[in-house]
Design a protein around this ligand. Structure first.
Ligand code: ATP
Ligand code: MG
Length: 257
């Protein structure tokens, strides 16, 4: 099993789009996948076709009330994966966690007995380096960083890398950066090409070969509560996420050998 935190404190870079569509693409490759929505915006929940307004339990209850994940998980039938949903309630978790014991390891504890059940667990982080994100980084094996290739992209990256270093030093010694994912990529944009080249020269192998293009189908699919693979399998967006899933599966096979 592999636990992947999909994170970037910058908003709107494609974290949630990547979570939902990677989950569906891994599932299409016969992997057992759990997606955990850690954002009070609940976009991964809605994008998976789950009504966030009518949740009996959510990830909030796991982090704060110590409910088991099994009680919270629902099935995303069309996408072929499971999801631990989230909604606005989680916004309060930040404040409530502060005074709790072992506040950074709540998620890690909740995941402890799911090792046998899933091949991949994807954690959709909120756009902040807050306690919920620290919970994700503490529970994860690796980090995936989606980013848009624009001028300010690299600036925020150093804050994130520093947070990862701190978590590694104090909470999760084996945490690794699995890869940087170029999202909403527009090949005709010169600046995007330059930033992309910079990324590759700086991070080398850590940059995924798969690139996610800007594709309108990816933006439309969530309003139908569907992963793009179901909404429009032939779209460039769907094909790109299938490529990414294959790259990740291959990478993890190699690590095991
Ligand atoms: P937040 O930080 O708010 O959680 P995020 O990093 O999760 O945002 P998304 O919600 O995935 O980002 O994407 C932001 C917006 O961009 C959404 O409207 C989404 O539909 C759109 N989008 C994401 N990826 C693509 C893409 N490759 N092509 C076109 N639109 C995209
Ligand atoms: Mg998001």
């Amino acid at each position: 099993m592999k636990i992947l935190a999909i994170t970037n404190q910058k908003g709107g870079v494609g974290k949630t789009t990547t979570c939902v569509n990677l989950a569906a693409s891994l599932a299409a490759n016969y992997k057992k996948v759990l997606l955990i929505d850690l954002d009070p915006q609940g976009n991964a929940t809605t994008g998976s076709g789950v009504d966030k307004a009518n949740l009996k339990f959510s990830i909030y209850h796991v982090l704060i009330c110590k409910k088991s994940l099994e009680e919270v998980i629902v099935t995303c039938e069309k996408g072929g994966y499971h999801i631990a949903p989230s909604n606005r309630e989680l916004a309060g978790a930040e404040v409530e966690l502060v005074n709790e014991l072992a506040r950074e390891t709540r998620l890690k504890q909740a995941l402890a007995n799911l090792e046998q059940v899933y091949d991949y667990i994807l954690l959709d982080c909120p756009p902040a380096l807050n306690l919920v994100t620290v919970n994700a980084l503490t529970a994860a094996n690796t980090v995936m960083i989606p980013m848009q290739c624009e001028y300010y992209a690299l600036e925020g990256l150093s804050d994130l890398v520093n947070t990862i270093k701190k978590v590694r030093a104090n909470l999760n010694a084996t945490l690794e950066i699995e890869g940087l994912l170029r999202t909403m990529f527009d090949n005709r944009n010169m600046l995007a090409q330059q930033v992309s080249a910079q990324l590759v020269s700086h991070f080398g192998d850590k940059v995924y070969k798969s690139v996610i293009p800007r594709n309108i189908r990816l933006a439309e699919a969530p309003s139908y509560g569907l992963p793009v693979l179901i909404y429009d399998k032939t779209s460039r967006g769907a094909q790109a996420y299938l490529e990414l899933a294959k790259e990740i599966i291959l990478k993890n096979q190699k690590v095991k050998e």
